[in-house]
Ligand binder design. Sequence first.
Ligand code: ZN
Length: 145
Amino acid sequence: MPGLEDLYREIILDHYRSPRNRGELPPPANKAEGHNPLCGDEITVFVQVDGDVVSDVKVSGQGCSISQSSASMMSQAIKGKSLDEVRALVHRFKVMMSIEEDADDATQPAVKLGDLEALQGVVKFPVRIKCATLAWNTLVEALES
Ligand code: ZN
């Protein structure tokens, strides 16, 4: 029987080989570009916000399997979510990556990491954490732009 690590590796490779929500969105969609010079990862995030909801998201770029699969999983996880839910998800992901303290705030909407849990092994490799978080930092920039 395959172990959890094999399952996680499969999920990461699946998102790397078949990235979800690949492409671009025309203005007025928000856009931000992120770059991880340590690894050469490049990600551009396009988000369409209607009212309080991320109604559409597209991602383009290139780089290692961790950076690109994280971007794919992120796009899948935030599409159709409210801005509050997206912020909560960004926080949960950064807690998993050990770069934010768990706020343990009962007022935050409950969010599920889903496929993103496959990236939790990355936390053992500090250099790769920047790969995994690139899409998320770029997303936050795009939402603020
Ligand atoms: Zn990388």
